[in-house]
Design a protein around this ligand. Sequence first.
Ligand code: TPP
Ligand code: MG
Length: 617
Amino acid sequence: MNRRMTTAQAIIEFLKRQYVERDGKEQQFFAGCFGIFGHGNVTGIGQALQQNPDFRYYLCRNEQAMVHTAAAFAKMSNRLRTLVCTTSIGPGATNMITGAAAATINRVPVLLLPGDIFARRNVAPVLQQLESSSSQDISVNDCFKPVSRYWDRIQRPEQILTALPEAMRVLTSPAETGAVTLALPQDVQPLAFDYPTEAFEKRVWRVPRPRGDAQAFRSAVERIRSSGCPVIIAGGGAIYSEATEALSRFAAQTGIAVAETQAGKGSLCYNHGQALGAMGVTGTPGANILARDADLVIGVGTRYTDFTTASKTAFQNPRVRFININVAEFDAYKHSGLPLVADAKVALEELTQALQGFHVNHEYSARINQMRAEWDQEVERIYSLRHGPPISQGEVIGVINTLSQPRDVVVNAAGSAPGDLHKLWRTRDPKGYHLEYGYSTMGYEIAGGLGIKMADPDREVYVLVGDGSYLMMAQEIVTSIQEGYKLNVIVVDNHGFSSIGGLSRSCGSGGFGTEYRYRRNGELAGETLPIDFVANASSLGAVAVRAKTREELAEAVVAMRSHPRTSVVVIEVDIDQRVPGYESWWDVPIAEVSQMESVRAAHAAYLACKQKERYFL
Ligand SMILES: Cc1ncc(C[n+]2csc(CCOP(=O)(O)OP(=O)(O)O)c2C)c(N)n1
Ligand SMILES: [Mg+2]
């Protein structure tokens, strides 16, 4: 039996019937399609969406933003659901590249359907076509190749019958997932074809929980039993696998301390007896000191970015060895670790069983307790600085954390806030902390917040966004209002880039070019630019207020909860009142030669720190 449909209609028909199942829980994989129409998709995917109202179409403002929304939706859903993104050809398509890179780097599934130039070619060059004198088989969509885990161009209608199952395999694979791009030539989308009806039957993709190799498992147990000061590093995989309870039991039974990466923050509740909080460059003293001395590092679902490993300086014990529990073989082999290629939840449950009777020694436990107590005091100190006004960013975080409910979500991506949040946010729910820190994309915050709210509308979503990030991409406030997904946005205004300004200062460059100031005497050193974020947010339809003091901020944050639509509070913070770093370092190479004494001094200090970088062979 066949059904005559256009390529685009067949794609939507197929996508509607894809389900995933894990632990017996089945759900539809795609929750609809975001998009912006142009001549490259309006008559193809656009028309198909119109005749499939049960596959909801969401109009957004910017194609990059919609990919962030889809990625945040997928991340919030532990990668068991996502959204589709459709664009026209040309700039609409390439606008998605940053979003695709972010999704792939963060290992979250998104399905991108950029329009493409004519397959039939006779009318080329078409509007927005990149011409090449060396090939007619090139379009701007080739730029998606390195940022996609699967990439294909559909030149004939029947190709989707083999491309779509591949797309689904990759999207639903915990080890391989990321952006999947199917470039859809403008003239192929509306072409009709007699598709076999079986292609549109309901299909359930089971997300497996693979068990590790038995021998590797036994070796892991031995390694843990013979370790003296082990430490666990929990990454995003621990959360995606829903291994957080298993981790909590494992840590409680063995006494092994747990440090969290950005993606792994929330793996343990902040007040768990073994929780040391953030690991690495933006880590806590406890996590970094224990990691420095550890003779065994147990990585759970982490890919060991430089922020986690402090640019390979975090682990200084000469005898340190690694066990890496990861569904991705690629990550499991990192640092010459013992690879336990397995699902985090299953592996931790089995390890808990196999390690009965094992517990770290008393001295180690006492050390954890002491570090935890000291860190609690340090957070309290920063939360209650009572600086200014302008107040400090640490206090802003404290106010939101204290006034939010345990299941609420804070979202952020770039600037100085990721580091401050990583250290200071007291996470009380595995999904309460949402950082896009794989690509650290300025502009992710509001778009991502929308995806989080769509994935779990019962939770309040607090979007913490710097003035720089806000100016880069605030327009999805409009989409949140259009769709009735209410966000609580806190704009932290420090008149420029606290993060990069601070980095520049620490590298001897004095914050050059990082503040929002008028040009005076040839330099960006005049008065601060007057940017009215309250007026800006109101103009997009949000309820917006300014808070000048800590008390006004607290009042606004409480009021936000009861606003029916997206609301924004703008708070000025002191750019120079930074949360310090603790026992860590980040490799940012400094000019080897310079006319500036400050840079030469910074370079000398840099070389000394760099010596601590290690290979794990
Ligand atoms: C798209 C993008 N461009 C540039 C950067 C580099 N960068 C990282 S943080 C930052 C400044 C962010 O400013 P703001 O949002 O005001 O946060 P603040 O640093 O002031 O906390 C820049 C430019 C980035 N991460 N993303
Ligand atoms: Mg700023």
